[in-house]
Write a protein that binds this ligand. Structure first.
Ligand code: SAM
Ligand code: SF4
Length: 378
């Protein structure tokens, strides 16, 4: 995940380079349930409104949470399917908060209603991210449910009324790029705290529908508008969080933008980006699926590292006898093709390995989603 707004602040108000703090443990994205009331075209969990047998029981979830705390995991992102369909979501969330985790909820927002908003507010999630993949009909078509845009907006507004930090996650494809300016406008109209641009990743239905991925030229235009919006929000003192996911080449593209627009800040921003170090799958980002399988990140559901019913998460995560984990944790990673020869490996860290694996059947091949031109990486 590339924290664009953080680096935009470095452009406007540089801060000294300090030795970076090593995270205490990985951020864990936990798909507690696979059931969902929507069936989005791109969904990596291939969710639907059916029961998926064999999911972790409450007692097992609590045992895993204890292990995660002992392993110093700082952040739990509770996801699904739709996490609000989990019968124990509030009990799990409350316990996680009491254990000291930073707890975020990743929801489609349609099930945040006047009936449950008080309980949601009382839990004290540090952040609620709601997916919005366009405005009105665009979103409803993408998410394959009429009325879902209106329901998600109602959910977001309820969160804002209760003072909960809330924002939107937008997954970019050819189908919804045209709505991008309106999505940025929505941030202003609704006074939202965070915008997450998610590039399409090739997992589940997102892999089946990967032909819908935005073309490179389109992605570059969208990134340019995001940079301008982020800069304008910073200048207005709004300090919104703007982050991007599933394409660490965004950081390199941003560096080129800085070189072009703020050349005297480029060296500083480059040093800060090198400290960040790019893609963190298998290192500082982890995933546990609904069945308890552990993956290097959410888009590797076709590749299990182990199951928390057999082995503790903390053991699975440290075990580099798995070749994928060994490669992901290596610095530099054993990259090939364009990624192997890229000048900015230290910033991007080889981007999204699952796309390479899905296209070339080799996780170390170049990421086919890198939209940088050859002369920008040479
Ligand atoms: C799987 S959903 C679960 C939470 C909730 N149901 C929702 O839709 O927000 C988590 C996030 O992943 C995003 N997502 C799903 N499949 C994706 C893919 N193939 N590439 C990129 N993002 C994806 C969704 O849009 C959503 O923002
Ligand atoms: S992306 Fe979220 S809302 Fe859409 S089907 Fe998947 S889990 Fe459900």
């Amino acid at each position: 995940m590339f924290r664009l707004s953080q680096y935009m602040r470095e452009v406007l108000h540089p801060t000294p380079l300090k030795t970076p703090r090593k995270p205490s443990g990985p951020v864990v994205i936990w798909n507690l349930i696979r059931r969902c009331n929507l069936t989005c075209k791109h969904c990596y969990t291939t969710s639907a409104d059916i029961d998926f047998p064999g999911e972790l029981m409450l007692g097992e979830i609590y045992q895993v949470m204890d292990d995660l705390r002992d392993f110093h995991v700082p952040v739990l992102i509770l996801s699904g399917g739709e996490p609000l369909l989990h019968p124990d979501i509030f009990a799990i969330s409350r316990r996680a908060k009491n254990m000291g985790f930073y707890v975020a909820l990743s929801s489609n927002g349609t099930l945040i209603t006047p009936a449950n908003i008080d309980e949601i507010a009382e839990i004290g999630y540090q952040y609620i991210g709601v997916s919005l993949d366009g405005i009105g009909e665009t979103h409803d078509t993408f998410r394959r449910k009429q009325g879902s845009f209106a329901a998600s907006m109602d959910g977001i507004r309820l969160c804002r009324e209760k003072g909960i930090k809330a924002g939107i996650r937008f997954t970019l494809t050819q189908d919804n790029a045209k709505d991008f300016p309106a999505m940025l406008q929505l941030m202003d109209d609704e006074g939202l705290d965070k915008f997450y641009l998610s590039h399409l990743n090739y997992g589940g239905r997102g892999n089946k529908n990967r032909k819908d991925d935005a073309a490179f030229k389109m992605t570059r235009q969208i990134m340019d508008s995001l940079f301008e919006a982020c800069l304008s929000w910073e200048r207005q003192g709004l300090h919104r969080e703007v982050v991007t996911g599933n394409n660490d080449a965004d950081a390199v593209y941003f560096l080129h933008w800085v070189k072009e627009n703020y050349p005297d800040r480029a060296e500083h921003v480059e040093a800060k980006l090198r400290q960040w170090g790019g893609n963190a799958s298998g290192v500082n980002v982890a995933n546990i699926d609904n069945l308890g399988n552990v993956h290097p990140d959410t888009f590797w559901w076709h590749y299990d590292l182990g199951n928390v019913r057999d082995r503790k998460f903390s053991e699975i995560w440290r075990d580099t006898s798995d070749p994928l984990m060994a490669g992901l944790k290596a610095r530099p990673r054993p990259l090939k093709g364009r990624c192997g020869s890229c000048r900015f490996q230290a910033i991007c860290n080889g981007n999204t390995r699952v796309r390479a694996q899905q296209i070339y059947a080799d996780p170390w091949q170049e990421d086919p989603g890198c939209y940088l031109h050859d002369d920008e990486i040479a």
